[in-house]
Each structure stands twice: as structure tokens, then as C-alpha cells.
Design a protein around this ligand. Structure first.
Ligand SMILES: NC(=O)c1ccc[n+]([C@@H]2O[C@H](COP(=O)([O-])OP(=O)(O)OC[C@H]3O[C@@H](n4cnc5c(N)ncnc54)[C@H](OP(=O)(O)O)[C@@H]3O)[C@@H](O)[C@H]2O)c1
Length: 389
């Protein structure tokens, strides 16, 4: 495979960044293709786009197959721009590398290799063996990963991407002392959270939030505020609910908990030794994992979600105890905070319960990645700075 950067492109390749950019846009129009990656594809011939494709959901055509079907005979001698290496294996659909070879395309330009061990370079090799020139547009590699951060993390580390979301006041409080928390933020922020839920493969919370708030933890399409185009691009996704996951070391979740009774699958992770009530077992799939200080071992939960449920991205919507525990364990990839223009006072609950820091040397350092106004609230996106020790 030939690596080429934007600055090395020849005269006849000057359109390549724009065409790959378009393929990226197509991929991003779908919020999640779980458990598959989001992929976009553009076919170019004689300077114009002859077909476009994207992958919507497992079992549906891959981006390349969709574009080839749209192109018909025009696919012969076309240049293909695809955000991820074409697959080479027989999964739910046939291998895309074979379809591209059979269609007689001239060249294939990819943004990144597929970390899936049953593809990992073999898609490129199959194309090359058939005499098709394959390029990697190296300036797009980081964007290819950013399109599917959870997919890459699961394939490379056996763990899902963990996104921790919380709503807080200006003074960093997330609920009143008695647990009252509805609603700290406005309707726009709550619609944004609905999008986060839709893009996630699982929504995870702690048993205390279930006991105090009795949340549904589901996607409510009517609250998404989608445009018609967004509605269309995500029509498959809107037919499913993300998994709902409760971490409950002593099986205290009540059988009548709202989240157990609604459409979609619910999982409860507990410890091997938990002997609490099992009356809700009929409504939830129970997983027993090892414990740490008497509580569910968080890394084991994440490994199980990646391995047993193919979760690429999970959203933690918990209170300060579980949020603090995920952070202290170094298991968080992103923190999204919606900050409301309110002061809840010092009796209210904090954003994270993390005890024991004695000096600034102990603090968890974050990098702010994005700030935007959402209705009356401010949405902040942070990523922990990984220690280099
Ligand atoms: N503002 C917001 O964004 C937001 C979001 C959600 C909740 N809330 C508020 O948060 C409050 C509840 O917060 P909370 O801190 O009490 O509850 P929480 O963080 O939702 O749940 C904590 C519980 O999770 C269980 N757990 C299981 N494994 C754990 C582990 N490894 N580490 C830590 N906990 C583990 C523990 O119970 P066991 O030991 O029994 O398993 C623990 O008590 C409510 O008032 C709710 O309204 C606010």
C-alpha cells in the first residue's frame, strides 16, 4: 500500500482530500452502526462523483457495496475513496474487497486500516493481488480513528470507549442532598443527551441512581429534535434501544425499577458473592463479575461489555460515587458536563466523590476539548491527560 500525504499529491490527485472529506461526512451522518464501524464511500470518475455510500447497521450493505450498487456500470475504472479498509471476510454481508475487484475499479484510496483481526490488512492485500493500486491518504488517518474511537479501542484493547456524562450547577453540584435532581439543565441539553444515548451502545448507571431517580435510561425519539435528514440517516438506529446497564454489588435493584420494564435489554452486573433479591432476574440479564472492596470490579464490567455485547461506546450516567470510581480507576476516555446557570449550594451533592487527595500533585488533570452553549447551559468536553509514568 502506498502512503501519501496531502502535500505529496500530484496535479491529477488534487481533489482527493475533498473526496475523502465527503466520504467522512457520509460516515458521520449515522450516529452509530453498532457493533460495526461507521464507514463512508465515494466513487469518482473523470473528476466527478458517480456514487456515494455509507453503512447504516449490521446486516445492511457496507458503504462500498451501497456505492457500487448506485454506480452500476460506472464503477468500472472509478477511483474509490473509503474511510476504512474494505473488508475481506464473509460476515453478515460478502467481502467488499471482492465486490470492488468484480466491479473493475481502478484505484482505492483509504483513510485507515481496519483493526478487526479478520480484516487487518487483508482487504488491502486482496485488492493489490487483483492488480488494484491502493493508497492510504495519511492526513486522514487520525480522522478515520476519530470517526470510530470506540470501535478502535475495542478491537485494540478489548475495552469500550467510556464517556461520562453529568449535569451540574455552576458551583459543581449534581443533585440536592435528598437526591432531587430533576431538572438541573434545560430542554436543549436534555435533547443533546438523547443524541449521546442514541450514539452509545450501552447506558450505564449505579444502583443508587436507580433507587433515588428511577430513570428510564432509554432513547426517546420524540425528544431528539432531529432534522428530517438526520431522521432518515438514523432510521435503523432509531429502531433499537441501547443496552441499559446497572452496577449493583448487592442486588438492591427493585423489581419495579422503571428501566427494567421498558423496551430493550437490561443488564445487571453484580458480584460473585451477592445474595440480594433475584425477583428481577426475569427482566434483566444478570452478570456476576469479580469484586474489589466488596463492589463490582469496573474493568471486568467493561471487558464483559466489549466481549459479550460488542459494545464500542458506553455512556456512564451515574451519580458522584460511580462517576468518581470510574475516574479514580483511570477508565474514563471523555467527560461531558452540562453546566447550568444555577447555584445549588454546598449541601448539594458534588460532581464526583473522590476522597484522599492531599495535594495538587494528586489531582486528575484534564484537557478541555470543546465548549459550546446549549440553550441556557454550557456543554464542556474534557479528556483526561494520560500520565506518562
Ligand atoms: N446530575 C447528574 O448528571 C446526575 C446523573 C445521575 C445521577 N445523579 C444523582 O446522583 C445521585 C446518586 O448518586 P450516588 O453517588 O449515590 O449513586 P451512583 O453513583 O449512581 O451509584 C453508586 C452505587 O453504585 C454501586 N456500585 C457498584 N459498583 C461500584 C463501584 N465499583 N464503585 C462505586 N460504586 C459502585 C454502589 O452500590 P453497591 O455497593 O450497592 O453496588 C454505589 O453505592 C442521585 O441523587 C441522582 O439524582 C445526578
Amino acid at each position: 500500500m502506498e502512503q501519501i500525504s496531502n502535500s505529496q499529491l500530484q496535479e491529477h490527485q488534487q481533489q482527493w482530500p475533498a473526496l475523502m472529506g465527503r466520504a467522512m461526512e457520509l460516515a458521520a451522518s449515522v450516529l452509530s452502526a453498532h457493533p460495526n464501524p461507521r464507514v463512508g464511500c465515494v466513487l469518482e470518475k473523470q473528476g466527478r462523483i458517480v456514487a456515494e455510500g455509507w453503512h447504516e447497521a449490521p446486516g445492511l450493505p457496507h458503504a462500498e457495496a451501497m456505492a457500487l450498487a448506485m454506480a452500476g456500470e460506472q464503477a468500472a475504472q472509478a477511483t474509490v475513496f473509503v474511510t476504512l479498509e474494505p473488508c475481506s471476510h464473509h460476515g453478515r454481508t460478502g467481502p467488499c474487497s471482492e465486490a470492488l475487484i468484480n466491479a473493475g475499479v481502478a484505484e482505492v484510496v483509504i483513510a485507515g486500516l481496519d483493526p478487526n483481526p479478520s480484516v487487518a490488512g487483508q482487504g488491502v492485500a486482496a485488492l493489490q493481488q487483483a492488480g488494484i493500486r491502493v493508497w492510504q491518504l495519511s492526513d486522514f488517518e487520525a480522522r478515520a480513528r476519530a470517526l470510530n474511537p470506540g470501535y478502535f479501542k475495542r478491537r485494540e484493547q478489548g475495552l469500550p470507549l467510556v464517556r461520562l456524562k453529568a449535569a451540574m450547577s455552576l458551583d459543581g453540584r449534581t443533585a440536592m442532598a435528598d437526591g432531587e435532581a430533576k431538572w438541573i439543565t434545560g430542554a436543549e441539553a436534555r435533547a443533546d443527551v438523547q443524541r449521546l444515548r442514541l450514539a452509545s451502545d450501552a447506558i450505564l448507571t449505579g444502583v443508587n441512581t436507580v433507587l433515588l431517580d428511577d430513570p428510564s435510561l432509554n432513547v426517546r425519539p420524540e425528544n431528539l429534535r432531529f432534522s428530517e435528514a438526520e431522521q432518515q440517516a438514523n432510521s435503523q438506529l432509531l429502531r433499537r434501544q441501547p443496552l441499559r446497564v446497572i452496577l449493583d454489588s448487592q442486588l438492591r435493584t427493585p423489581a419495579v425499577a422503571r428501566t427494567l420494564g421498558i423496551e430493550g435489554q437490561c443488564l445487571i452486573y453484580t458480584t460473585a458473592e451477592a445474595a440480594g433479591s433475584r425477583s428481577h432476574l426475569a427482566k434483566a440479564e444478570l452478570h456476576r463479575v469479580s469484586s474489589e472492596s466488596g463492589r463490582v470490579h469496573l474493568a471486568s464490567v467493561l471487558e464483559s461489555l466489549a466481549r459479550d455485547h460488542e459494545c464500542n461506546e458506553i455512556l456512564v450516567e451515574a451519580g458522584p460515587t460511580l462517576g468518581g470510581a470510574f475516574l479514580s480507576a483511570g477508565l474514563v476516555d471523555e467527560i461531558i458536563v452540562y453546566m447550568a446557570p444555577k447555584i445549588l449550594g454546598s449541601d448539594a451533592k458534588p460532581l464526583f466523590e473522590i476522597a484522599g487527595f492531599k495535594s495538587l500533585d494528586h489531582c486528575i488533570e484534564l484537557q478541555c476539548q470543546d465548549v459550546r452553549q446549549v440553550g441556557p447551559d454550557v456543554r464542556l468536553l474534557y479528556r483526561p491527560i494520560l500520565s506518562t509514568d
